[in-house]
Design a protein around this ligand. Structure first.
Ligand code: BGC
Length: 732
């Protein structure tokens, strides 16, 4: 089988005990929906999911989750009466491949049935990027040593659930000889989903057809006689529409199906292929001299691209994209801080959609602020359809699921309310999209500045404003006071809001007047922000250059992490939740993260001092997957390329090698986004400001070349960094 190894994820052996991990890796999608790489014919223990952006439904405890749609993948195959299944028989030959260049997933195998019949099978599927309502799969079957009847059963299975919780109510269904529809609605959120499917069979002999009108599981059947060596191919085409995107989803699905020829593969394939070509032209990264890094990067970018909403500004990308049950589809700061820069610098329209999601959901954030007794907008730590807080307060303990653990992040991990303004500024600097800042950005700034100003507590004795009882980025430490990252970003948001409003007033006085009156903004309020900002406590030790992560951090138990190597578990598992809280061990960069995001706060000496201090105390391998890419960037900034490479490869392997053992829950989207940042801002040394950009490369020794692309102010650039010599810059 020919394939380009630098564009292909390959599974060479069927490994049943890794099936959930493989399902995540082989996720396909198109920014409208995502389908895990479960097998068409099913396998006990599989997690067969298709998630559609924005299709959430209520659940107990965790409030809401993406509802796993009725299964479109299902295709049962009977080979002369024996049902094809990898749970039985013998797999004689096997490969599965995901072509990252086109989004095509292929499985080829030779299977010997329990009764000894040998069959060659090939499966292909893709979710069209050009026609996001269409998904299609194809299965070809060739009996090798027998003649017999081959039967395909293609159903739309409405009896799906989210790990035992059922979201869909049946509304209606239709069956005809070659097509069927299933119309369902989520129980509480009342989102309607229409699916229309068609089964086309290409075979040398006659095809006998049936349709089974099974309640909530309509099925199309085709049977044909094959001689040894002859092949039959079944194509299952499924169209999806929801009431989120169409007033009459069922009519839309039927009409769309009618417009596609039978078979539809070729008609869908070329547009899909060229849509993917266009995508990669905006963002492909080339690494020469390191094939593992090369494929991992393309894989990460692919996973971001299949999850990116291109036509919808009311959805975000969840921490686990659309690729698994993990975090229930909720969006965190992962989107704005880790994934968004990739879009901001390669496809700013997508970044704009994602930022607009936060704008449209300001009401949820206002509600949260009000509920907590604060002003303005307090963005939820976990966000779903409405922007209200949806972090569960209790979850089962990781070691003993019969015990519950209180989760505080939704209550006190407040830095997200600065991360969204920060991402807005980054988008603005890169695109120069003034209109967006005036129309949407300014309101987000005003409302978050209001939150920060009201959340600050005045410490009369010390004469400073403080933020008490918070969780910073490093979640091993809960209920801390004056987390440096949080305090610095509170100040940054307040000061940036004042500067932005000053700019809006000068740029568009009518818009400024409208904003002021709509949001009832008074000069006294701006003065208050400025006063709070000026007096926010920031724990900087002039003598050592160290910034204490939070008050009292340096007094906590110091543990020599290096002495505990090699480890196979996170420090939180080793020390327990309370033990980690009382130690100086970090789950992920915190002060170092601050140095990455607000470099002006650090001079060379303090950058080095903080990097050294905190790097030695961070749980790089088993802590948060958000950490390694940031750590890699900061190592590059200090000229420590080899350390940078080690951190980078931790991020690159996070999902492909299932480092934390939880890749089956879905892709670590933040790690995928961080990988792009590590390449562009770390190894590539790209720095972008409102005035322009510069590149100062720091390639690992064995890399021969790094090429990456980005757009700045509407122009696209290709940065081509050979191992030695000056870099080449091309305007694309
Ligand atoms: C990390 C957070 C992150 C969340 C979702 C947690 O384990 O500590 O920073 O936002 O996962 O990915």
């Amino acid at each position: 089988m020919t394939f380009d190894p630098l564009w292909t994820i390959v599974e060479e052996r069927f490994q049943r005990d890794h099936q959930n991990h493989a399902e995540t890796i082989f996720t396909i999608g198109n920014g409208y929906l995502g389908t895990r790489g479960a097998l068409e014919e099913g396998l006990p223990g599989d997690r067969r999911t298709t998630f559609l952006h924005g299709v959430f439904d209520d659940i107990p405890v965790s409030f809401t989750e993406l509802a796993n749609a009725p299964d479109w993948l299902e295709l049962y195959i009977l080979l002369d009466g024996e049902r094809f299944s990898l749970a039985a028989g013998e797999v004689l030959d096997y490969t599965r491949q995901l072509d990252l260049r086109s989004g095509l997933l292929t499985r080829k195998l030779i299977w010997k049935s329990p009764q000894g019949r040998t069959t060659r099978l090939e499966f292909n599927r893709f979710a069209s990027l050009a026609d996001p309502h269409a998904v299609v799969l194809r299965a070809s079957v060739t009996p090798m040593d027998y003649a017999g009847l081959v039967e395909f059963r293609a159903g739309l299975n409405g009896e799906t659930d989210n790990e035992n919780f059922k979201h869909w109510q049946w509304l209606n269904q239709t069956t005809a000889s070659d097509r069927l529809t299933l119309n369902s609605r989520t129980r509480a959120s009342q989102v309607e989903l229409a699916q229309a499917a068609r089964l086309t069979i290409l075979a040398p002999a006659d095809v006998q057809r049936e349709s089974w009108d099974v309640h909530n599981h309509p099925t199309l059947v085709g049977r044909t006689q094959l001689q040894a060596g002859q092949s039959a191919t079944a194509e299952k085409l499924v169209i999806f529409y929801t009431s989120r995107d169409n007033r009459e989803p069922l009519t839309a699905a039927n009409t769309h199906l009618d417009q596609l020829p039978a078979p539809a593969w070729d008609a869908l394939w070329e547009p899909n292929r060229s849509a993917w070509d266009k995508e990669w032209q905006t963002c492909d990264v080339i690494i020469e001299g390191d094939d593992e890094a090369q494929i991992a990067v393309r894989f990460s970018l692919f996973q971001l691209l299949v999850a990116a909403p291109r036509k919808d500004e009311h959805v975000s990308i969840g921490a686990k994209t659309l690729s698994g049950f993990g975090y229930r589809g909720h969006a965190f700061w992962d989107t704005e801080v880790f994934m968004l820069p990739f879009f901001t610098y390669t496809q700013p329209e997508i970044a704009r959609n994602l930022l607009s999601y936060r704008f449209h959901n300001l009401e949820g954030a206002r509600k949260k602020a009000r509920g907590n007794g604060f002003n303005g907008a307090q963005f939820p730590w976990e966000s779903a359809a409405t922007g209200e807080e949806v972090t569960p307060s209790w979850v089962p303990h990781f070691a003993d699921r019969s015990k519950m653990v209180r989760i505080w992040t939704g209550d006190i991990e407040i830095h997200i309310s600065a991360m969204i303004p920060f991402a807005l500024c980054q988008y603005w600097a890169a695109t120069g999209d003034d209109a967006f800042m005036i129309d949407r950005g300014a309101e987000i700034f005003i409302e978050t500045a209001r939150f920060w100003s009201s959340r600050a507590e005045w410490n009369k004795q010390a004469g400073r404003y403080e933020f008490r009882d918070v969780i910073g980025p490093d979640e091993y430490h809960e209920h801390v006071d004056n987390n440096a990252f949080t305090n610095a970003f509170a100040r940054w948001t307040l000061q940036s809001a004042i500067r932005l409003l000053d700019w809006v007033e000068k740029k568009d006085s009518a818009a400024y007047a409208a904003l002021k009156s709509r949001l009832d903004l008074k000069p006294a309020e701006l003065r208050q922000w400025s006063q709070v900002a000026e007096l926010i406590y920031f724990p900087y030790d002039k003598e050592t250059g160290l910034i204490e992560q939070f008050e009292g951090y340096f007094a906590r138990r110091d543990i020599d992490l290096a002495a505990l190597e090699p480890r196979t578990e996170s420090m939180q598992v080793i020390l327990g939740i309370e033990g980690a809280n009382l130690a100086q061990i970090l789950k992920q960069p915190d002060v170092v993260m601050l140095a990455y995001m607000l470099p002006a706060l650090f001079d060379e000496r303090s950058l080095r001092a903080n990097y050294d201090y905190y790097t030695a105390r961070t749980d790089h391998t088993y802590g948060s997957s958000l950490g390694p890419s940031i750590q890699a960037i900061m190592s590059c900034k200090l000229g420590l390329q080899e350390d940078a490479y080690e951190h980078f490869m931790r991020a690159a392997r996070a999902d492909l090698r299932d480092v934390r053992g939880n890749a089956g829950d879905g892709i670590h989207g933040a790690s995928a986004g961080g990988i792009w940042q590590a390449l562009a801002f770390g190894f590539g040394g790209l720095t972008v400001t409102t005035d322009g950009w510069t590149v100062k490369p720091h390639l690992p020794k064995h890399w021969k070349r790094l090429v990456f692309r980005f757009t700045w102010r509407g122009k696209s650039y290709v940065i081509d960094l050979p191992e030695k010599g000056p870099f080449r810059l091309e305007e694309a």
